[in-house]
Ligand binder design. Structure first.
Ligand code: ADP
Ligand code: GLC
Length: 491
């Protein structure tokens, strides 16, 4: 096997900056690729609001000029090395000295997001040139860096540093495409002859992801089922024809998870550690979670946890229709952690006051509490309308917290349905995206908890034995990289 040189360009990465699962993936995949013998560097924006890990970076380039379509921008570059992987941060206060990654305190997207991430993507490629890093692969993630494959082909096709680089674009969520006013097009420097419906044009606007799909040598999404689903118009938010055009250059590769961070045997954030052989620590985690979230402390009542962005995708408006009937009819507790839509924040924020001791909620972002919920709950609920992969249900399996999921995308691929006759399975699935289906499934879950304790024990053991570590998926990415290199040569 030959060693590949890979540059990963992303807007998020654990432990530096995170809004969702993209950060977890970009945090873990480079290490798995390194373990397979490849050379990976990661390029990120330097967000000034981000946590201490990013502040530890040291200066690398004092100034770097980046040509956009109609102007030259200037930035600096910082670097840090973690786990033998070099991270580079593009520093531009104009673009990255903000309240959060993508939006202001009221959840309004920044108006200049197309410029922020268009600039960042060009700067990342410029950095490869300035430091003479000759990549075999440029790996872009989501709309934010989807222009990388396009810039490679439009601008760098005869550049000695970048001309050989093949590109892979990973779609973590096709609902977010980066669609913006065409007034930004000159700045992005993508050339007007490419402003056509098969590339960047989308109802007279610019569509970053669509352009990325066109230009990338290989496109993938983050589970096999979501890859299939997005070939059908109902799931792809308008992009199904373009994904179909990619033929076998469009793949589904299931995300792995990082068991150094998400594993009850080693997790330092939770109240007590535990293993499949000794679950006493899980009981402590449940008790402490109930206490922290002001629930009745009771080891014998089933506790259902939710950690989620509060958005339509995640089915939490569906849960809003069902949850009061559930707690009125069944002996069960809920704890909900999330942030997002204001109406859902308001709804879930008010529930504990109306159902004291039975529903706990925390509106905000809290990584430690996310770990506590994974560990201390009996069940983990993800009733998503669609789910490209989903990581929380995979974490939940490792914590012996049985997922209750709608059978879509990566949820379908990672959870095995409970079989009431044998006790086999790892969780509970339902199909119909409707409150009554959710209600009925929770009823089934609660009756299993009280009436089939031997099956509960069997399910927990089977869940904890699941292995979704990155090793297998990283090998599939290497295959995708090889395929991209071949496509580029043959094109
Ligand atoms: P998505 O990326 O669509 O939000 P995933 O399940 O892939 O969904 O990943 C979500 C990640 O973000 C998980 O690591 C989860 O723990 C974390 N997360 C989501 N919301 C919160 C929150 N409010 N507080 C802490 N962590 C959160
Ligand atoms: C997106 C998806 C989620 C996936 C994550 C990481 O945010 O919504 O399903 O797990 O990306 O790939």
């Amino acid at each position: 096997m030959r060693q590949l040189k890979i540059v990963m360009i992303s807007s998020e990465c654990v432990p530096f900056a995170k809004s969702g699962g993209l950060a977890d993936v970009v945090g873990a995949l480079p290490r798995a690729l390194r373990d397979l013998g490849h050379h990976v560097i990661v390029i990120l924006p330097r967000y000034t609001h981000a946590n201490g890990h990013m502040r530890d970076a040291r200066p690398f380039l004092d100034t770097m000029g980046v040509w956009m379509g109609d102007t030259e921008e200037w930035c600096a570059v910082q670097t840090t090395v973690t786990d033998d992987i070099s991270f580079y941060f593009i520093e531009s206060n104009k673009y990255f000295d903000r309240y959060a990654l993508y939006h202001d305190a009221d959840f309004n997207d920044y108006q200049d997001n197309p410029r922020r991430f268009g600039f960042f993507t060009r700067a990342a490629l410029q950095l490869c040139r300035d430091m003479r890093f000759v990549p075999d692969i440029v790996h872009a993630h989501d709309w934010q860096t989807a222009l990388a494959p396009a810039y490679l082909k439009i601008w760098h096709h005869d550049d000695p540093i970048l001309r050989k680089a093949a590109s892979v674009l990973t779609i973590h969520n096709i609902a977010y495409q980066g669609v913006y006013n065409a007034a930004h097009y000159n700045y992005l420097g993508l050339r007007w002859e490419n402003f056509t419906p098969d590339k960047f044009e989308d109802h007279q606007q610019i569509n970053f992801l669509k352009g990325g799909i066109y230009y990338a040598d290989v496109v993938n999404t983050v589970s096999p089922t979501y890859a299939q689903e997005t070939l059908h118009p109902g799931f792809a938010h308008g992009l199904a024809p373009y994904l179909n055009n990619k033929g076998d250059h469009y793949l589904g590769i299931l995300n792995g998870v990082d068991y150094d961070l998400w594993n009850p045997a080693v997790d330092q954030l939770i109240p007590a550690r535990y293993t499949p052989h000794d679950l006493s620590g899980k009981a402590i985690c449940k008790q402490e979670l109930q206490r922290r979230c002001l629930l009745h402390v009771d080891p014998d009542v089933p506790l259902i946890g939710v950690v989620s962005r509060l958005v339509h995708q995640k089915g939490l408006d569906m849960l809003a229709w069902a949850i009061e009937r559930i707690v009125n009819d069944m002996r069960v507790q809920f704890v909900i952690l999330g942030t997002g839509d204001k109406s859902l924040e308001w709804f879930y924020g008010n529930l504990p006051g109306r159902y004291p001791g039975r529903i706990g909620s925390y509106i905000g972002y809290n990584n430690e509490l996310a770990h506590w919920i994974e560990a201390g709950s009996d069940f983990f609920l993800m009733p998503s309308f669609f789910e490209p992969c989903g990581l929380n249900q995979i974490y939940a399996l490792k914590y012996g917290t049985l997922p209750i999921v709608r059978a879509t995308g990566g949820l379908q691929d990672t959870v095995q349905q409970y079989d009431e006759t044998t006790g086999n399975g790892t969780g509970f699935k339902f199909w119909e995206p409707a409150p009554h289906a959710l209600y009925n499934t929770v009823g089934w879950v609660v009756s299993t908890y009280y009436d089939r304790k031997h099956h509960m024990r069997q399910l927990v053991q089977a869940a904890m034995a699941q292995d979704f570590s990155w090793n297998k998926s990283a090998k599939l990415y290497v295959e995708a990289y090889e395929r991209a290199i071949l496509n580029k040569i043959l094109a």
